[in-house]
Design a protein around this ligand. Structure first.
Ligand code: FAD
Ligand code: SIN
Length: 546
């Protein structure tokens, strides 16, 4: 439980791969509290399927992984960051093995169970393949890698005496103060406690935002409900720069079924030979890219979007029926079971699929240690923009980034912690001018409108006209939402709405600034990719209104 005013050395907002990794790395030298706005597992991490990219095969090389990452990122990746992260892939996997993550090995591959981590060696791990990778380099735990990672790290964190795990507490806003020399630093957080329905203060020497992405900004998404970009919104309101928000990644293959909310069909199926087809069985990917089904995601999602619009069909199909049923059920047991529940036997039937919003490549500007523009504030994982992904993240590079930036943040904090003290004066949350809402329906209307607006006007293929229309509408919506927020007591829904509206505006602003097509940002008025690649960086200090 969190009390009215609590304190901890390090306050981590988010219990996914990034948050739990930082907690475990920092708990040896400090007291750590990890918050989750709902159940601890409700982040993207738990649902990750394909795996973690790292160079472990002797026929593979770091240079090749680096080159593939650059190619997918279309010139916008930061070369130093890419080299730093990719060259530490094996280090991250070794650490995960030491924590006990049961990855699939070569010997039990195809037997539908994972390994005894005690006997695991890097060279024993089975490697699968995904889009954009020119080698097999994806370490996985069958087709539920995220669940295996999350459950192992949560177990380690729960047994650590210095880690406190807190569910059902939602971070509302960062608390910052200025030093004597005018430098801004983070000193804590306002937190909405679902049970007491009160906003408490938590003081901390360091705060880390590990709140995941913002794909809930779109109507159709592979992400769980909480992906409302809270960390990006909080950091922006506190004064941090954000970058590259126009690069929202659409995963090409989410299950198309009226009752299947947000279910992903892993790219690893295409890695193991699954083909994309139109309803009449025609394959189409070779028309768009010589790598066919294994082209990077931006290309595959755009190709599907094009074919769906051209033919007027509601979905395309993924076909893996040419593989042995035993191969399919042992490599993809969860996808097999889940599809079967919807009446689709993937060993015999083609899988209806559509693209959906999947990953936020942009976010809070950080360096490779997760440090932000504000002292003692870190951003790690999908909420951040480290420079690794550029204009399009390559499959399975995201979890890798979560672990490595969390390692960096832990070492940065360990160097500073002795010189940081708790703040002595933090204002309580002020509720003197708000009442209980008598018009909650406005919140759900606005949620729905924003997500439709983003899907229809800021989607896979964009135009200047539609972006400008979206810009005008989001400004009006934000006015209404700000007004509602000022007058009413906070609830989870109105806090998320406030964040999603802000993040949507940041995406639109970035998209309007980028007058070229690059990676995930395809705009019909500017179809060419400029020679010089530049990040789109926005600063709240120079923006007229937050
Ligand atoms: P998350 O795991 O999303 O965790 C966010 C946490 O923050 C949650 O605990 C949430 O409750 C908490 N939170 C958010 N806001 C607040 C708030 N205001 N207050 C308190 N708590 C808050 N990537 C890969 O590399 N390989 C894959 O195979 C892969 N497969 C994927 C499959 C799916 C279906 C999805 C959706 C994504 C996949 N990705 C994959 C992407 C990857 O899973 C995510 O980028 C990564 O897990 C993000 O981890 P994170 O720790 O940054 O955030
Ligand atoms: C997938 O399994 O297709 C998702 C992988 C990723 O998002 O990196």
């Amino acid at each position: 439980m969190i009390g009215q005013t609590d304190r901890t050395d390090i306050l981590i907002v988010g219990s996914g791969a990034a948050g739990l990794t930082l907690a475990l790395r920092a708990a040896d030298f400090s007291k750590v509290t990890v918050l989750s706005k709902s159940d601890l597992r409700e982040g993207a991490t738990f649902y990750a399927q394909g795996g973690i990219a790292a160079v472990l095969d002797e026929k593979d090389s770091l240079e090749s992984h680096i080159e593939d990452t650059f190619n997918a990122g279309v010139g916008l990746c930061n070369p130093d960051v890419v080299r730093h992260m990719i060259s530490r892939g094996a280090e991250a996997v070794e650490w995960l093995l030491r924590q006990g993550v049961p990855f699939t090995t070569k010997t039990n591959e195809g037997k539908n169970h994972s390994i005894n981590p005690d006997s695991a060696k890097l060279s024993s791990l089975h490697l699968t393949q995904e889009g954009g990778h020119s080698h097999r380099r994806i370490i996985h735990a069958t087709d539920a890698t995220g669940k295996a990672v999350f459950e192992t790290l949560r177990e380690r964190a729960a047994e650590h005496p210095n880690i406190k795990l807190v569910e059902e507490c939602m971070a509302v806003d960062l608390i910052t103060q200025c030093d004597n020399d005018g430098k801004r630093k983070c000193v804590g957080l306002y937190v909405f406690n679902h049970k007491s329905r009160k906003v408490d203060v938590i003081q901390a020497k360091f705060v880390a935002l590990a709140t995941g992405g913002a794909s809930k900004t779109y109507l159709y998404t592979s992400n769980p409900d909480g992906a409302s970009g809270d960390g990006i919104a909080m950091a922006w309101r506190a004064g941090c720069r954000v970058a590259n928000m126009e690069f929202n990644q659409f995963h090409p293959t989410c299950l198309y079924h009226p009752h299947a909310k947000s279910f992903l069909i892993s790219e690893a199926l295409r890695g193991e030979g699954a083909m994309l087809e139109l309803s009449d069985g025609t394959r189409f990917m070779s028309k768009f890219d010589k790598r066919g089904e294994l082209a990077p995601r931006d290309i595959v999602a755009r190709a599907i979007d094009h074919e769906m619009k051209r033919s007027g069909c509601d979905c395309v199909y993924l076909n893996i029926t040419h593989r042995q049923p035993s191969f399919i059920t042992s490599h993809f047991p969860n996808i097999y079971e889940r599809c079967l529940k919807f009446g689709i036997d993937i060993t015999k039937d083609r899988i209806p699929v559509v693209p959906a919003a999947h990953y936020t490549c942009g976010g809070v500007v950080i360096n490779e240690r997760g440090e932000t523009d504000i002292d003692n504030l870190y951003a790690i994982g999908e909420t951040s923009c480290s420079g690794l992904h550029g204009a399009n993240r390559m499959a399975s590079n995201s979890l890798l980034e979560c672990f490595l930036v969390a390692f960096g943040a832990a070492s940065s904090i360990s160097e500073k912690i002795r010189s940081v003290c708790f703040s002595t004066s933090i204002p309580e949350w002020d509720e003197s001018e708000v009442t209980n809402s008598d018009d909650e329906v406005l919140v759900s209307h606005n949620w729905d409108e924003i997500r439709r607006l983003m899907w229809n006007f800021v989607g896979i293929v964009r135009s200047s006209k539609r972006l400008k229309m979206a810009d005008r509408r989001i400004k009006t919506l934000r006015e209404e939402i700000r007004d509602y927020y000022r007058k009413n007591r906070v609830t989870i829904d109105n806090l998320e709405l406030r964040n999603i509206a802000l993040v949507a505006e940041l995406v639109i602003k970035c998209a309007l600034k980028r007058q070229e097509s690059r990676g995930l940002h395809y705009i019909i008025d500017y179809p060419k990719t400029e020679e010089e690649a530049k990040d789109t960086v926005l600063s709240p200090l120079t923006s007229p209104r937050n």
